[in-house]
Design a protein around this ligand. Structure first.
Ligand code: ADP
Ligand code: MG
Length: 284
């Protein structure tokens, strides 16, 4: 198959949108699987107590399984909770169990409560390097819809934000609030954070509305919006109930091919993303 370019350093994305049901989890797991299919080493961190990403990746995530909760709250090293995804070589997941629903409250009284995930990722990356393991090219963090401490941890841990946008009437509503929150995080907690990628999803090219929304998003975010759009497809929505991503559930489906195209674009931006990061540093 196609080989995607390795980024010069690990790219960490938060998949965010304060609306539920817009395709965050679906986009996180399928972009991750597509990047892995392109020969890259990819980790999905399930940071949502609902555990939908864990289900879709076929990860064990019943109560008691070492999970991202233990990483956030009990200082368990990230590497100790990672599981390989059997179906896709190169794809790994850190599962969320039901415990994570309590973390939002438990975090409130903790020291450096906004930085726990960032520190865990940093320590994990460093340990892998020390122990001579191949590094992750991509880390994708799937978030709950609310802006609580779990999501804030993800915003602090990532450098890039990927926003899935469902091509329907209220799509742009709430987006300005999300962008304001990202600005706040950038100002106070993570100066590197920026929206690098917008994915148009559940796109139905037969409707005028979808085309209009897509055009409007592209007008506002010409550089960030991927050319590839993800079609609404039954195969995409069926895959999680088999513990699979659409990339293995039905590799030839329109959904699988669209996610591969999207991943290819994201990977192709790796070098320019790194270059602009260097340029920013030099200019500041
Ligand atoms: P979120 O994580 O933002 O809450 P999900 O990724 O769980 O959203 O998606 C919400 C619902 O939409 C799920 O039932 C999912 O299977 C379905 N879905 C997502 N993307 C597609 C698509 N491209 N085609 C059809 N159904 C989709
Ligand atoms: Mg979700």
């Amino acid at each position: 198959g196609a080989k995607f370019e390795k980024p010069p350093q690990t790219r960490v994305f938060t998949i965010a949108n304060q609306k539920g049901g817009v395709g965050k989890t679906t986009t996180a797991v399928n972009i991750a699987a597509a990047l892995a299919t392109g020969g890259l080493k990819v980790l999905v961190i399930d940071n949502d107590p609902q555990g939908n990403a864990s289900t879709a990746l076929g990860l064990e995530h019943h109560a008691g399984v070492p999970s991202i909760y233990d990483v956030m709250i009990n200082d368990v090293p990230l590497n100790d909770v990672i599981q390989p995804c059997e179906a896709v070589p190169g794809l790994y997941g850190a599962p969320a169990t039901i415990d994570l629903s309590g973390a939002e409250i438990e975090l409130v009284s903790m020291v450096a409560r906004e930085n726990r995930l960032r520190n865990a990722i940093r320590d994990g990356v460093e340990r892998r390097e020390r122990e001579g393991h191949e590094r992750f090219d991509y880390i994708l963090i799937d978030c709950p819809p609310s802006l609580g401490l779990l999501t804030i941890n993800a915003f602090v841990a990532a450098r890039e934000v990927m926003i899935p946008i469902q091509c329907e009437y209220y799509a742009l509503e709430g987006l300005s609030q999300l962008l304001k929150n990202i600005d706040l995080i950038r100002g106070h907690l993570n100066p590197d954070l920026h929206v690098s990628t917008i994915v148009l999803t559940m796109y139905d090219k037969r409707t005028n509305l979808a085309r209009e929304v897509a055009a409007e998003v592209r007008e506002h975010f010409p550089d960030e919006t991927l050319s590839a759009t993800i079609p609404r497809s039954v195969r995409v929505s069926e895959a999680p109930s088999y513990g699979q991503t659409v990339l293995t559930y039905d590799a030839g489906s329109t959904g699988a091919l669209a996610y591969l195209e999207a991943a290819k674009e994201i990977a192709a931006r790796a070098t320019s993303a790194a270059q602009s990061a260097t340029a920013e540093k030099e200019n500041s």
